[in-house]
Design a protein around this ligand. Structure first.
Ligand SMILES: [Zn+2]
Length: 138
């Protein structure tokens, strides 16, 4: 129910979200950029929050929770992806705001609930699978 309310009426993003979006002009998973041809319509870039449930509202204001994705990867992958893998995407594409310990704390876990080694293992898996787009290379 909360999920529906957030979806229909998401909180206003902070002003620095616009700046962050400009720094991330492509989907971190598939590399799609706005303006690029797409067989899916509509296609657009969105911001996914790494945490859900009661913590998601806070995440709207916390850059360390943000993942840049197209609406297709958002619905088909990021919405159901384990947090450790989401952290791997964050580490690969937004090192500046990567904060594993803060994500753990926001989820009311100990700061090392997900360890750096676990994230690095996911990073390696993503690299092996070829999911490290530079942007626009789909
Ligand atoms: Zn995508």
């Amino acid at each position: 129910m909360k999920r529906t309310r957030l979806r229909r009426n998401p909180p206003q993003r902070p002003a620095y979200h616009a700046e962050w979006k400009a720094e991330h002009p492509f989907c971190w998973r598939c590399g799609w950029r706005e303006g690029q041809w797409s067989e899916v319509w509509p296609r657009r870039l969105e911001t996914h929050e790494m945490v859900r449930g009661p913590f998601r509202h806070k995440a709207f204001f916390l850059p360390y929770c943000w993942i840049r994705t197209c609406n297709v990867c958002h619905a088909e992958h990021f919405d159901s992806m384990p947090v450790v893998r989401q952290l791997a995407y964050k580490r690969l594409h937004d090192r500046k705001h990567y904060d594993r310990r803060a994500v753990n704390r926001l989820r009311r876990r100990t700061p090392s609930a997900i360890t750096e080694y676990q994230v690095l293992a996911e990073v390696e898996k993503l690299k092996l699978a070829g999911y490290v787009p530079e942007g626009g290379n789909e």
